[in-house]
Design a protein around this ligand. Structure first.
Ligand SMILES: [Zn+2]
Ligand SMILES: [Zn+2]
Ligand SMILES: [Zn+2]
Length: 341
């Protein structure tokens, strides 16, 4: 019997993080006994007087939002990081190790409308969001104490998003956080041993094979990565070696808006629900020392087989290694079938 990725349990390697995922394709038909979650009421008002992100409303710390028409950015009222943090280190026998961390946390509202999502916004409405991601990455990254800028969106109550108002966060930090730090090491080593970009090479390989590609536009390819952990995880990759959001110019930003809108629309159709996810960009650190980075976005959606049945990262996943049943290839095939309107 020959080893077959479609039939036999196997491990797949993530060359970006150097972690493995256990894939169990033989198990996809087993009966599902997992938790059935109730579907939250999706219908939101266009304006919510109790929302701290809607125009004209007062926020927790007392500031009042302007009557904004496109996007809004403000410092998080309860920031995880503070710019004025004193520098310090603790190291007791390499066992009790701590470092001070300075940073800045902001919130970006995509729209004054409380009831929209990326999927429901027009390309014209999305473009200012792309512009703001680039501007804010530039602005935060130019600060002395900021060496990495992380843009991320938590969408849906299932992912713990406290407010349905379309928004994301942007955090600038002194250190490069763990996930991009792992990817940086892998990209650096690949670059130095092969004199080539890991993600440029990976993308070329995936485009040859085709089976994990979801769709492409003029600049971006969206695919289910070979090593995906979440059932419908995707990777959004530029087909040019672009390092960061600030390097995207002109219609490249429209292309990003188009890719994100089309992807989230397909997601919404998958289980006919406003699809929850955590997404974010990985990009070049702003310490001026790195050229090996290839800009990309990860989408990590929790849903497994319906609007109410999600994947949990528990048990073997917490104690051993992440595990999945449906393969990245079949997830890509499902997403390819979805409508974009
Ligand atoms: Zn709102
Ligand atoms: Zn590249
Ligand atoms: Zn990444």
């Amino acid at each position: 019997m020959a080893f077959d990725l479609k039939e036999h349990p196997h491990r797949r390697f993530n060359p970006l993080t150097r972690q493995w995922v256990l894939v169990s394709p033989h198990r996809t038909q087993r009966p599902w006994l997992g938790q059935v979650e109730t579907v939250a009421d999706e219908k939101q008002p266009a304006y919510d007087p109790a929302c701290y992100m809607c125009p004209g409303n007062t926020r927790a710390a007392g500031a009042r939002n302007p009557d904004y028409k496109t996007t809004l950015v403000f410092d998080n009222d309860y920031p995880a990081l503070l710019p004025e943090t004193p520098q310090g280190n603790i190291d007791v026998n390499d066992l009790l190790v701590a470092k001070s961390e300075a940073g800045i946390c902001r919130v970006i509202c995509f729209s004054p409308r409380h009831d929209l999502t990326i999927a429901r916004m027009s390309l014209e409405e999305l473009r200012p969001v792309m512009d703001l991601w680039a501007e804010q990455s530039q602005e935060l990254g130019s600060r002395e104490f900021v060496n990495y800028v992380q843009v991320f969106e938590n969408r849906g109550a299932m992912m713990g998003a406290s407010n349905p108002h379309p928004h994301c966060q942007i955090w600038g930090s002194d250190s490069v956080p763990d996930e991009p730090a792992k990817e940086q090491l892998a990209q650096q080593e690949y670059q130095s041993t092969r004199n080539s970009c890991l993600l440029c090479d990976y993308l070329a390989l995936e485009r040859q094979r085709g089976e994990r590609i979801v769709f492409e536009n003029q600049l971006f390819t969206v695919l289910a990565p070979f090593w995906a952990i979440w059932p419908f995880e995707t990777l959004v990759l530029a087909r040019q070696h672009i390092g960061s959001l600030t390097d995207l110019i002109g219609d490249q930003r429209d292309a990003l808006a188009d890719a994100l809108k089309r992807l989230t629309t397909r997601y919404d159709h998958l289980f006919e629900t406003s699809f929850p996810y955590s997404m974010g960009f990985h990009q070049t650190p702003t310490d001026g020392k790195h050229q090996e980075w290839h800009l990309h976005a990860h989408f990590y959606p929790p849903l497994l087989r319906s609007a109410t049945v999600r994947k949990f990262m528990v048990g073997y996943e917490m104690l051993g290694t992440p595990q999945r049943d449906i393969t990245a290839e079949s997830a890509a095939a499902r997403l390819r079938e979805m409508k974009e309107i």
